[in-house]
Design a binder for this molecule. Sequence first.
Ligand code: ATP
Length: 318
Amino acid sequence: MSDCSVEATGLTKYFGAFKAVDGVDLAVPAGSIYGVLGPNGAGKTTSLRMMLGIIDPDAGVSRLLGGHTPQSVRHRIGYLPEERGLYPGMKAREAIAFMGALRGLDWSEGRRRAAAFMAELGLERVIDEKIRKMSKGMAQMVQLIGSIVHAPDLIVLDEPFSGLDPVNQERLEALVRRERERGATILFSTHVMAHAERLCDRIAIIARAQRRFEGSVDDARALLPMQVRYTPRVAAEASAIRALLPAAAEPHGDAWHFAIGDADVEPLLARITASGFGVTGLSISRPALHDAFVHIVRQVDAGFHADAEDAAIEEAAA
Ligand SMILES: Nc1ncnc2c1ncn2[C@@H]1O[C@H](COP(=O)(O)OP(=O)(O)OP(=O)(O)O)[C@@H](O)[C@H]1O
């Protein structure tokens, strides 16, 4: 038995001549909340679909919940696809019970759980409302409940936060945490870093069809140096203060902004203390996951454009 709820290796998919996913590996520890992050068109949805056995990979293998084929553990999986849709003529509670029944849940138990979930998510008013009368965000919450009502061991949510207002986004975050406490593993895709930063134990970043990073949120943030903002207390010549700081320090009003390596923080504090310029403001912070994401994606894009230029030069020279 493996401790991973998802073990995918070398997933590859072509659409015609276009390689949409190129050798993606994914290992999602059991009981974790795991984020698959990436810009639009990176290959997230295609990777998730291959992982779940919804589409066949051109290469690679996916095993779920301790080494099983995706088809053999269908009933233990909950999946919210990127394309939303429920039967518009069904009432919310029946739609949820119906989705549960498709995964083997008893209908009356499904209706009971539907009511409990809807109350938890502030949707009790619309429990007997037809889907066609609901707002898009509400219908999405109903579909989400329907995808987890059978208490699956592995929950896979494709862009679950998109289209939800901030209150519903918070409710969904709480629901994800609670499902994990129940013992489920949750894997979701997003390009909104704030959710991943708050929720995820580990993340993978996919850009231009390949996995470019895997690790914890802190690992990703540590790819970039710390950001410092320093405001001296004593007015002094800029050149005297600059002499204390890294060469790239830039003045912003009374403050100086610069980046610094972890090992340089203590020597910097010692220099400031010894200088006598004092401190009115000092903040030293890790960049956010957003910054690390942008950094990784930009590097990938720069490499892609450089490769394309090289290819064009070679072609011209041939
Ligand atoms: N059925 C298809 N036929 C042709 N191309 C496809 C198909 N499905 C996806 N693609 C292409 O494959 C690439 C990856 O798409 P995918 O939907 O996996 O990306 P994504 O990371 O989920 O993007 P987004 O965040 O915008 O949803 C895109 O360039 C997309 O246009």
